[in-house]
Design a protein. Structure first.
Lengths: 244, 482
């Protein structure tokens, strides 16, 4: 009992208080611990909702289309976010390499957020329109065909796997429930929207000599990648000097 | 108060079967989780190791690795140590054998579910919280079972005061429940897919509040609890300072929870939250080093045994790595340092100095001390334990040094500008290729660490299948039980 009796001899007031009130009563100890661990989280998270101190939102950002939602889910499934960030930081070298730094509203419909934590490959938050649709198609089939020396694994199964419109509709419906402002007609029109946007991409791919169908997973992923940062780029290029 | 922890009769009253079960799961999942780690390290150095199959690509195996080593290996280590030590510290059998069993089998079923769903690409994408919502529900249920058993045991204890290890275990039980439930709040779309109730940067804030405190309360506080029980027992010395343990416990549990936003420095998250995260991360150095000092100084008068005792070797290196990584973490949380370190291999090196160094070595020290006692055996190959120690230590050094160098190299190359103010290294892939030697060095370091784990496994099997020790009497405990 060396250590404990030593502290008793020293007679530290908080030591005896701690021993009597906290260590002697498990329930009290548990309650005080719970309060101690809750404070930081409450102070940091609650004002995001209640004090208007949360991330800025804007009306120049629109929710993802159903095809983009499907593409985003594929991006999540394949773990793309583990090697590619979606977060251009406000630093000269990053702006030169990737484009305008990432603004808060650009993430406002992101559920889950996909900022990433590691850049094994380049950032993708401004990848929209950087490459043609066909480039992405070839890059997923064989990354080294478009980027010699790339260390990215190939994803040929995306070229064959198909989307299920009902499955995508379930996603759109759940996202609306979570708070994304989709209308009834957005939800009901999922299948039509998938087909229309898918055909635009297959047409552009056909122009480059690639034959595929609008319900392929690769089409959805291309739709998502070509969306990344598009609205931010358009908005920021209209702003004077692009600053805030 | 008696110096002798328990009579032979009381020892029989403890439920050590559940401890043995958790120990067995630890050894199994530890080997699997570390093997997957070496595989994904190889995939980064040599992309064909992705094997061209959807289930084996880096993007699907990386979450399998992190979940396996955190929740399967480290989690089962915590449960092994907690079920063993809390019965002895509270001088009572666990509150309910049924709850203990439900906890064990429930947790292992969750691990199996994770090992199936993650390679299938079923994920929520939040780091260390990837598992799909039905598994999240199962985790919450199993955690409540564990908490019920835990607090029930405290309620029926036969000592008056709670020893410091119990405080740390308690913060683990409470905080993980809070973090898991809040961060997992989501709207299901299908059985395998859901969308978080939080959006964008707020979702990021909630995730890193969870993510950083998974480090804090899954990989730090329970392991400090293990340190406070098993280090004094292995060293046969009392804890250095009771007063220091009070101060650093409360400071640690209060400050840790604020640190999450340092994962979002230089993002568009409101500045006030970024600054809070940075400030509290820096303050966290003090209680972290309080724990390190209390651990190391507990060895005063026992340092000579470090030459011969592999268990103390593991523990001392563990506590030293705890000190190093909790110094490095606050430094990396400083905005300008983070500007260089973020997104790079430096972060991976930092995490692994904590994971391989602190968590891994503390686990091995604890387990080598514990399992021969559990089965009442002599360790079959004590020399092999020392060899394991050296292999693991060299492995950690290779791992962390290679990742520090690779991290600084890529961070500096990404930002380098030439004299005309343009990017000095405009081709991203050139920078990737410059890191390859260090990626191979990391594969080597990880392989050494895994080899040590396999030697441990071998030692365990040989020890348990060996002859029983003659006298079945527990050693008297120098640890104040209350």
């Amino acid at each position: 009992m060396t250590t404990e009796s030593k502290s008793h001899e020293s007679g530290a007031a908080y030591g005896t208080f701690h021993r009597r009130v906290l260590e002697g009563k498990g329930a009290v100890f548990a309650v005080v611990t719970t309060v101690a661990i809750l404070v930081g989280g409450i102070v940091e998270i609650v004002p995001m909702y209640t004090a208007g101190a949360g991330p800025e939102t804007a009306d120049w950002v629109t929710p993802y289309t159903p095809l983009e939602v499907a593409g985003r889910d594929i991006y999540i499934r394949e773990g793309c976010y583990l090697c590619h960030s979606q977060w251009v930081r406000p630093m000269r070298a990053e702006i030169l390499r990737y484009g305008e730094w990432s603004r808060a509203p650009e993430y406002q419909y992101d559920r889950p957020f996909l900022l990433g934590s590691r850049r094994m490959g380049p950032d993708l938050h401004r990848v929209s329109q950087k490459y043609p649709d066909a480039w992405h198609y070839e890059h997923m089939r064989d990354p080294r065909s478009t980027s010699p020396g790339s260390v990215m694994p190939p994803y040929p199964w995306l070229l064959e796997a198909t989307l299920d419109a009902e499955d995508v509709q379930a996603s759109v419906r759940a996202l609306r429930k979570a708070g994304v402002p989709y209308s009834d007609s957005d939800v009901d029109g999922t299948a039509g929207s998938l087909a229309t946007q898918g055909q635009q991409i297959t047409a552009s791919l056909a122009g480059a000599g690639i034959e595929t169908r609008p319900d392929r997973e690769i089409v959805a992923l291309i739709a998502y990648l070509q969306r990344l940062g598009r609205e931010g780029k358009a908005y920021l290029s209209n702003e004077s000097g692009g600053g805030e | 108060m008696s110096q002798v922890e328990s009579t032979a009769q009381e020892t029989r009253a403890y439920d050590d079967n559940i401890v043995k079960l958790f120990f067995g799961a630890t050894v199994l999942w530890g080997a699997v989780g570390m093997l997957v780690g070496v595989i994904i390290a190889l995939q980064i150095a040599w992309w064909p190791a992705n094997l061209g199959l959807p289930w084996t690509t880096f993007g699907r195996l990386r979450p399998l690795h992190t979940n396996a080593v955190i929740f399967a290996f480290a989690g089962n280590v915590c449960f092994t140590g907690i079920y063993y030590s809390m019965q002895r510290l509270l001088k009572t059998r666990m509150y309910s054998d049924l709850l203990s069993k439900l906890h064990f089998w429930g947790w292992q079923a969750i691990i199996v579910a994770a090992a199936i769903t993650l390679p299938l690409g079923l994920t929520q994408s939040k780091e260390y919280a990837e598992l799909i919502w039905p598994i999240d529900v199962a985790i919450a249920v199993v955690w409540v079972i564990f908490a019920w058993n835990f607090f029930g045991t405290i309620a029926v204890r036969r000592v008056k005061h709670l020893y410091v290890a119990i405080w740390f275990y308690m913060s683990f039980v409470i905080t993980i429940a809070v973090l898991h439930i809040v961060n997992s709040l989501a709207i299901p779309a299908t059985l395998a897919r859901s969308y978080p109730v939080f959006a964008g940067l707020t979702d990021g804030l909630v995730q890193w509040w969870y993510g950083h405190n998974a480090v804090g309360f899954f990989l730090t506080t329970p392991f400090l609890g293990l340190m406070y029980y098993f280090l004094p027992r292995a060293a046969e010395r009392p804890v250095y300072s009771y007063r220091l343990s009070i101060i650093h416990f409360w400071a640690l549990v209060f400050l840790y929870i604020w640190a999450g936003p340092h994962h979002l420095l230089y993002s568009a998250l409101p500045d006030w939250a970024q600054t809070l995260g940075m400030v509290f991360s820096i303050m966290l150095l003090a209680p972290s080093w309080g724990g390190m000092l209390n651990g190391l100084l507990t060895l005063r008068g026992a340092w000579d045994r470090l030459r011969t005792d592999p268990i103390l070797k593991f523990m001392v290196v563990a506590v030293s790595f705890y000190g190093m990584s909790t110094f490095e973490g606050p430094v990396m949380s400083i905005r300008s340092v983070n500007g260089l370190a973020h997104f790079t291999n430096w972060v991976i090196g930092h995490v692994h100095s904590g994971a391989l160094g602190w968590v891994g070595m503390m686990s091995f020290g604890t387990l080598y001390w514990l399992f021969p006692r559990l089965w009442n055996r002599e360790l079959a190959y004590p020399k092999m334990a020392t060899q394991h120690f050296w292999l693991a230590t060299i492995g950690i050094v290779l791992y962390t040094v290679s990742m520090w160098v690779a991290g600084l190299m890529e961070g500096l190359q990404w930002r380098a500008l030439n004299e005309s103010g343009q990017l000095a290294n405009p081709i991203f892939l050139d920078i990737v290729h410059s890191l390859m030697p260090y990626y191979w060095m990391r594969v080597l370091g990880g392989t050494l660490y895994l080899t040590g784990m396999v030697m441990f496994l071998f030692n365990v099997v040989k020890t348990i299948s060996g002859p029983e020790r003659a006298a079945a009497v527990e050693a008297p405990s120098p640890v104040p039980a209350a």
